[in-house]
Design a protein around this ligand. Structure first.
Ligand code: ZN
Length: 287
């Protein structure tokens, strides 16, 4: 391209020098463009490199849970407790305890949203009071919120009136934060007994939700270990336990969630899973 010809008025008779300067600037711009393209290619290269170590990750970036519209029927939650639900289909429920956390939980919500996954959050009442906006976001994005007491006390170690205060207080904090009454209860630390399960069911209408898959993420064994434990131990009807207050747990989620989606599992909330419970099939989960 001849810039002196293209812009004769600007260059005039002494256009040769200017032309050279202009060409120089043009070449610098081309050089910069090549550099940018190179950097972008380099980024992709790194991404591919990571994906090479985590099979299916590149593909999984586009994985999405399908829309699953399951009406919740409170009368169907007949069992006092569940650790898994007998279902006719590849349905599973991901649960996250002890939050919300001001940083980690929103990051998790982003990961879930990207994949169209609905989860269940067993929140602690003190955190519900502290971060009500996060509970409102959970509800707005289709997640379910469950009761995990006010202060995470082990309910086997306090008297029944204290249990009532812990459970009622958390219920009120959740309703105050997001306007939705929780449907199920998870005992802090998993510490409970048959007597308390029956009492919670009668007093609050809560089924006690335990779990079938525990990756022990709170011990922080590393994101890859957490993801692999979740993937390898999950089967249809599984309720999976994790905690949204630990950064490595959140880091494990892309691999765990995509691994489960790749294997054909479909995510629903705990109450949806219960609503899908196969009738006429003996459930060993109930008391
Ligand atoms: Zn807990």
């Amino acid at each position: 391209m001849d810039f002196a010809q293209a812009f004769p008025l600007a260059f005039g008779r002494s256009g040769v020098k200017l032309k050279l300067l202009f060409m120089g600037a043009f070449l610098i711009r081309i050089g910069a463009a090549v550099l940018v393209v190179g950097l972008l290619a380099g980024c992709n290269g790194n991404k591919n490199g990571r994906n090479a170590r985590a099979p299916g990750k590149l593909k999984s970036a586009f994985l999405r849970n399908p829309n699953i519209n399951i009406p919740i029927d409170p009368a169907r939650a007949r069992a006092v407790t569940y650790s898994r639900v007998s279902v006719n289909g590849p349905y599973i429920a991901m649960t996250f305890d002890d939050g919300p956390h001001p940083v980690h939980t929103p990051r998790l919500l982003d990961l879930l949203k990207k994949r169209n996954i609905r989860a269940t959050f067993y929140v602690v009442g003190t955190n519900a009071k502290r971060y009500p906006h996060i509970l409102r976001r959970m509800v707005a994005e289709g997640h379910e919120i469950g009761n995990h007491t006010v202060t995470h006390k082990h309910i086997t170690k306090i008297n029944i009136e204290q249990v009532r205060q812990e459970v009622m207080g958390a219920q009120q904090a959740i309703i105050a934060a997001c306007g939705v009454k929780p449907r199920t209860f998870r005992p802090p630390g998993g510490h409970t007994n048959d007597r308390l399960k029956v009492w919670l069911y009668r007093e609050f209408g809560y089924s006690t939700i335990m779990w079938a898959v525990d990756p022990q993420d709170w011990k922080r064994p590393g994101p890859a270990v957490v993801a692999n434990r979740i993937i390898s131990n999950t089967s249809a009807g599984s309720i999976i336990l994790a905690h949204d207050i630990h950064a490595p747990t959140i880091a494990a989620m892309p691999q765990a969630l995509d691994g489960l989606l790749t294997r054909g599992y479909r995510f629903v909330t705990v109450s949806q899973l219960i609503a899908l419970e196969s009738r006429g099939v003996a459930s060993t989960a109930g008391l």
